[in-house]
Design a protein around this ligand. Sequence first.
Ligand SMILES: Nc1ncnc2c1ncn2[C@@H]1O[C@H](COP(=O)(O)OP(=O)(O)OP(=O)(O)O)[C@@H](O)[C@H]1O
Length: 555
Amino acid sequence: MFNNLRFYYGLKVFEFYRWSFVLVVSLMLAETAVGLSLPYLIGQQSQAFLQEVTNLNSSHLKYLYLWVGLFAAQAVLRFLSSYNVNLVGARLMADFSCRLYDHIQVLPIQYFQENKRGDVLSMLTNDLAVVSFFVSSVLTNLIPNVLVLIGASVLMYLIEPTIALLICFLVPLIYVILKVVSRGMQPISRQLMQRQADTLAQASENIGAISLIKAFNKEDDESTKFRNRTNEVLALRAKQFKLQALLSPLIQFLASLCIMAVVIMSVLKFNAGSLSIPDLITLLLYGIVFTRPLGSLAGLYGQLQQVIGASARLLHVYHLESEPRDNGGEAVHISQGDIVFNNVTFGFAQRGTILQDISFHLKPGQNMLIYGQNGGGKTTLLHLLMRFYEPAGGEILIDGYNVKQATTRSLRGAIGLVSQDVLLLNGSIFDNLTYGLVNPVADEVYKAASQAGLDSIIMRLPNGYETQVGEGGIRLSGGQRQRIALARALLLEPKILLLDEPTSMLDDQGRLSFKEEFHGLFARFTVIMISHDPTLSDVADVVYKLENGTLQRQQ
Ligand SMILES: Nc1ncnc2c1ncn2[C@@H]1O[C@H](COP(=O)(O)OP(=O)(O)OP(=O)(O)O)[C@@H](O)[C@H]1O
């Protein structure tokens, strides 16, 4: 819990919402004060009613008006505090989820390669929902219930200390029960969250790979896998519900036994003449007030076991170091596009060295072709330039700046990447072409589209530039997506263009036009091309072969 608090402090959320907290705590205090004053007033003023039960006089009516007024005030305060508390809880969690999402977005690319998409989604949905529900419950239940318990105990103590001390027996008993039940709950909660994440991960992966599943007739197998996972989640939930359902009545039962002892003691004391009727009634009413919060506090403790697991995962991600996007480096201004690799070495963890002593110098406006066997490390080389990974040795300089010292925002802003697997966002072709532009100018968009050979393609589509591409660009062909990616890169006017297999998806005519128009299109950029197409060497200023991790100049 301490970590959680530190976390929230780290986020400065409490500071941000301090006036909202002041409001809800004040409302809760007022509601509790009214709630606690009622048994006292009713008990103490009961004498007047007990004396003359057949006729209500003006002093009785005065009491009745006061009670009704207090009941009404309690109802209004409960409405106000419940509404405001839930609102603050919801705002807090909305804020938290946005900050978490922001943080996830700026995590290094390795994080996304090492973790399943479903796990990340599960964190943003399931884990956050558990924490969110708990935060609202804590705010709505914990503070008022603890206040009621303390207030009722103190007031009982003031009326009759020996009777109030009976309650002290409850504390160790409740503690033992909570400890025993929570020991059983923690592993179940952990497994449950993991299974839920696995189920979501499977669904997310399967939907992304639905054509593969269909092509291999694997629908039934995948359905069975999904059903089995869902059943596992269900079984764990059943166990969790059982323990949770046990906790609250068990605690309430113990509290009721204790209150029974209070009642018996009160009656005995009353019969012995050492307790007045008003004090007897007041004590009995406080007895009733006392047991109710214990049940809901026990329920809250049950929830806490789930929250510990969920918040640990959230905190773990939140504490992962992000990329030096806006700070932690120099905001470089790349105006030339001069690229130098000096003895760059790189390897993925547990995969050995992939790139060894890579050195070359590409002057502004020059273009370079790299070819080589599959898995040789060509794409990785481009990714090093974009600072997706850090070299293990050597240095990469752009316009004399070491990329290691540059903020990723300033660096990537000067580089246009047309990757091998083109990713488009769900939206129109126009939206995708202008992605990343602050103020897109329509004519420039059409010009870039035409340069990328998109004109005739877009004209044939029923809605032209407004054609929806679907998630990831699924409703377009690979070649169409590749051309959109190229036009998008051209529009950004970067200094450096990285083209990963730029012609792999193009038809014969497309490949021919790409080569014919190459110098006209790309002369203003420094270009690194990766390709298995040997004919691209016709347009390249320099050609390198990447073999066994080393780069050898061919032309
Ligand atoms: N995130 C990763 N973690 C571990 N290994 C990786 C990762 N990404 C790539 N690799 C490995 O690094 C090697 C180089 O991959 P890279 O994608 O750079 O090759 P490439 O030369 O572009 O291949 P291709 O011509 O097939 O596109 C491959 O053996 C690949 O399996």
